[in-house]
Write a protein that binds this ligand. Structure first.
Ligand SMILES: NC(=O)c1ccc[n+]([C@@H]2O[C@H](COP(=O)([O-])OP(=O)(O)OC[C@H]3O[C@@H](n4cnc5c(N)ncnc54)[C@H](O)[C@@H]3O)[C@@H](O)[C@H]2O)c1
Length: 320
C-alpha cells in the first residue's frame, strides 16, 4: 500500500478522492492537512486518516510515501520542499509554483533527496485530448497552421476561494490559473515548445488586482501560432479549442471532438477511453515510483510552463 498525505483539503481534493476509488488496493490516505481543520476532517473520514492544520507537523509525524499538494500556488514550493526533505514523493497540482526561482528550488531538493516529483498537468490525460493528439500525429489533416484556445467563464464569483484574487498566493489571475492548462495543452498536443509570446491582459472589475482577461499570441517551433483568449466576467461558459491544418480542422469543447476534413462538414467523434483524467495521472505517478522510471510530467516541464507565464507577465509590466 502507498501511504498518501493530502496537503490541502479544498475543491480539487474532491477529484483525487473520486479517482482514489480506482486504487483501493494500492492507495491509503493516511493523513489530510488543511488549516481549516473541519475540511481536513471531512476528507479524513473515508480512510480514518489523521488530520493536521499544519503540513510541517504532518511531515514530521507521518511516515508517508506520497504527498499530494493541493494548496494555493504561493505555498506549493514551501510544502513541496517540506515533504521532499523528508524523502516523500511529491505530486504538485498545477501550476508548479508562482516563479521559476521557486520551481528551481523544488527541483533541486527533490533531486537531492531522490524523490519523484510530478506536476499535475492534466491535459494529456483527458480522453478527448488523446483523440486529438492521435489525429495530429497521424498527419491525416496535413500540416498544422494555427490554433485558437478560448475560455470564457464567470471567474470572479462569491464561490471562488479568495486566495485566487491575492497576487502573492495565486501568482496572478486568469493567466496563471488557466494559462497553465492552455500552455500544457498546446505544447503537449503539438509536441512543440513556445519560442515567443506577446499580447495584452487587463482587469475590468474595480478593486481586483489580478487580471481577469487576456489575449496571448504564441509563436511555437516551426512557425506555428496559437492565440489564447480568456475573459472571466459575467459570460456564459465556453472552453473551445480549434486547430487548423492545411487539409482540415479539429474543434473541441473540452468534452467532445469534431473533425472536418478537406472542407467537409464537421463529424463528431465517438468518445473513447477513461473519462476521469485523474485516474491515468495517478496511475502514471504510482508506476514511476514502483519501477523507478521517469515521471510523465516532471519538474522541468512544470518549470517551463511557469517560465512562459513569467515572461508574459514581465512583458505586461514593461508595457511592451
Ligand atoms: N487540475 C485542475 O483542473 C484544477 C482545478 C482546480 C484547482 N486546481 C489547482 O489545485 C490547487 C488548489 O486549488 P483548489 O481549487 O482546491 O483551492 P481551494 O481553496 O479549494 O483549496 C485549497 C485549500 O488549502 C487550504 N490552505 C490554505 N493555506 C493553507 C496552509 N498554509 N496550510 C494548510 N492548508 C492551507 C485552504 O484552507 C483550502 O481548503 C491549486 O494549485 C489550483 O490551481 C487544479
Amino acid at each position: 500500500m502507498y501511504k498518501v498525505g493530502m496537503v490541502g483539503a479544498g475543491n480539487i481534493t474532491k477529484a483525487y478522492y473520486r479517482a482514489f476509488k480506482k486504487f483501493e488496493d494500492i492507495i491509503e490516505v493516511k493523513a489530510v492537512c488543511d488549516k481549516l481543520l473541519d475540511r481536513a476532517e471531512s476528507y479524513a473520514k473515508t480512510y480514518k486518516a489523521a488530520v493536521y492544520p499544519d503540513y510541517n507537523e504532518m511531515a514530521q509525524k507521518e511516515d508517508l510515501d506520497i504527498a499530494i499538494i493541493c494548496l494555493p500556488h504561493g505555498l506549493h514550493a514551501d510544502a513541496a520542499e517540506t515533504f521532499a526533505a523528508k524523502g516523500v514523493n511529491i505530486l504538485i497540482e498545477k501550476p508548479m509554483a508562482n516563479t521559476v526561482e521557486e520551481c528551481d528550488r523544488i527541483i533541486s531538493l527533490a533531486k537531492r533527496n531522490n524523490v519523484k516529483l510530478m506536476i499535475g498537468h492534466l491535459q494529456r490525460y483527458f480522453s478527448y485530448n488523446k483523440q486529438i493528439k492521435k489525429i495530429i500525429d497521424s498527419g491525416e489533416l496535413g500540416e498544422l497552421v494555427m490554433i485558437t484556445d478560448r475560455r470564457t467563464v464567470n471567474y470572479f464569483t462569491e464561490e471562488r476561494p479568495k486566495w485566487f484574487l491575492d497576487k502573492k498566493l495565486a501568482g496572478g489571475g486568469i493567466v496563471m490559473n488557466y494559462g497553465a492548462h492552455s500552455l500544457d495543452k498546446i505544447c503537449w498536443l503539438t509536441g512543440r515548445d513556445v519560442e515567443d509570446i506577446s499580447g495584452h491582459m487587463s482587469q475590468h472589475i474595480p478593486g481586483i488586482s489580478v487580471e481577469g482577461d487576456a489575449q496571448i499570441l504564441l509563436r511555437l517551433e516551426g512557425g506555428l501560432t496559437a492565440l489564447i483568449a480568456y475573459a472571466g466576467y459575467k459570460l456564459p461558459y465556453c472552453n473551445e479549442l480549434n486547430i487548423f491544418f492545411t487539409k482540415g480542422t479539429i474543434r473541441s469543447d473540452s468534452k467532445n471532438v469534431w473533425v472536418s476534413s478537406c472542407g467537409g462538414d464537421y463529424r463528431l467523434l465517438e468518445p473513447e477511453g477513461e473519462s476521469d483524467p485523474f485516474v491515468p495521472m495517478i496511475d502514471d505517478f504510482i508506476k514511476s515510483i514502483k519501477d523507478g522510471s521517469e515521471v510523465a510530467v516532471g519538474g522541468e516541464y512544470g518549470k517551463r510552463i511557469i517560465q512562459i507565464i513569467e515572461k508574459f507577465y514581465a512583458l505586461q509590466k514593461s508595457g511592451k
